[in-house]
Design a protein around this ligand. Structure first.
Ligand SMILES: [Zn+2]
Length: 387
């Protein structure tokens, strides 16, 4: 009975050739016995179950080769299932090839994994964006890496966390800022950074600097906010930023209180501690707080009602070294009777110094209150008056 099964197995697997004579039959039977043993060994191997299941998660962990075809495959290969007795496992493509197998054309087990391919594709697109004179269209970018615009957009966002357009804008802005900081002429910097008219630069930079109202998002739902604490001459300082820009600069005596207040203000946001890159940004903010007259060339994420945003915009128009009264601001925003509301908007400002609510004083010129302490307000105004 066993003999018969082995014979059947043999006849199924044997290459098409004449099998005749008792001697050959015996040899063949031995061979069939070895095949059955090999099949059992493969079937006991946990990797075989992954091949049978075409388990995508196992891709990259190992490859399997099929002796009858000379081909090796990823575990997930959609090719016709092999007989276990013909299968051998290898750690990777190099080992399989060293044993004389060649890569399957269907599952290309020797090609980079999908994740690696995506990373390489996005890398290529980033270089294309960085070196282009003008922002290439999504269609052109996708075409240059052989993807559909939709798929490319998704892959790019998944790898970088940004859309291609946001990446291009961020790259252009950072170039503009670098060049402005090195300060040749402003116009030169604008052209070097790839803006085609200075008018467009100023229009864009208003948006980048947060003076175009951003939608008010209650509690920061679905927002990621990075933050870090530092010390400056005014005491503890907390700097927080969303992907749109700086959304909080707060001052106080106790860093823990500042962190708690941030949490209270953005109860639904995902708050993340700052990394090295963010620490560098905090250093720039601290430098700015120490010398506000130098200006802060970082985008702000201004969150507030339309009225608050109008007030804050008017505050940003007060030059360092000058002050304005609540009445002045109310008049400047075209709401001369709204002095109390102006005072409320100043008190609600969460971006200290960059939105200079410290430059607002009482109508008689006396220092009024300051969200972060009247002593800090005095220190800031004195510093600005001296500069
Ligand atoms: Zn394959």
């Amino acid at each position: 009975m066993a003999q018969e099964l082995q014979e059947n197995a043999l006849h199924q697997n044997a290459p098409a050739r004449e099998v005749a004579g008792a001697e050959i039959d015996t040899k063949a039977a031995t061979k069939a016995g070895r095949a059955a043993a090999a099949a059992r060994a493969v079937e006991r191997d946990p990797r075989w179950q992954k091949v049978v299941a075409r388990d995508r998660a196992a891709d990259g962990d190992f490859v399997y080769a099929v002796r009858t075809t000379g081909v090796y495959c990823r575990p997930s290969c959609a090719a016709r299932p092999a007989k276990p007795e013909n299968v051998a496992f290898f750690a990777g493509p190099a080992e399989a090839e060293a044993a004389g197998f060649r890569a399957c054309r269907r599952c290309t087990p020797n090609a980079a994994s999908l994740a690696e391919q995506h990373a390489a594709t996005v890398e290529k697109a980033c270089r294309a964006i960085e070196t282009a004179e003008a922002m290439p269209s999504l269609k052109a970018l996708a075409g240059s890496v052989g993807m559909s615009p939709y798929h490319f957009h998704r892959v790019f966002k998944a790898v970088t966390g940004l859309t291609p357009k946001a990446y291009a804008t961020a790259h252009r802005d950072s170039r503009a800022k670098e060049q402005l900081a090195r300060a040749g002429s402003v116009t030169e910097a604008i052209y070097d950074a790839g803006f085609h008219s200075s008018g467009r630069f100023y229009a864009t930079s208003n948006a980048v600097l947060g003076m175009t109202p951003t939608a008010y998002r209650a509690g920061g739902v679905d927002t990621e906010i990075r933050f870090a604490l530092a010390q400056c001459s005014l005491g503890a300082i907390l700097v927080a930023a969303s992907d749109r820009g700086i959304c909080a600069i707060t001052l106080g005596d106790d860093p823990e209180t500042l962190a708690r207040e941030l949490q209270d203000r953005f109860p639904n946001a995902n708050l993340i501690g700052g990394d090295a890159e963010f620490e560098a940004l905090v250093a720039r903010v601290v430098g700015f707080v120490e010398a506000p007259q130098l200006g802060l060339d970082l985008p702000l994420d201004v969150r507030g009602t339309a009225f608050q945003q109008r007030v804050w915009q008017a505050l940003r128009a007060i030059p360092a070294g000058e002050t304005a009264s609540y009445r002045d601001i109310a008049e400047r925003i075209g709401a001369p009777t709204a002095m109390r509301a102006v005072a409320g908007a100043c008190a609600a400002n969460a971006i200290a110094v960059a939105i200079p609510c410290h430059r607002v004083v009482r109508n008689d010129g006396a220092l009024s209150g300051y969200r972060w302490g009247v002593e800090r307000k005095r220190a800031l105004l004195e510093k600005e008056a001296q500069a």
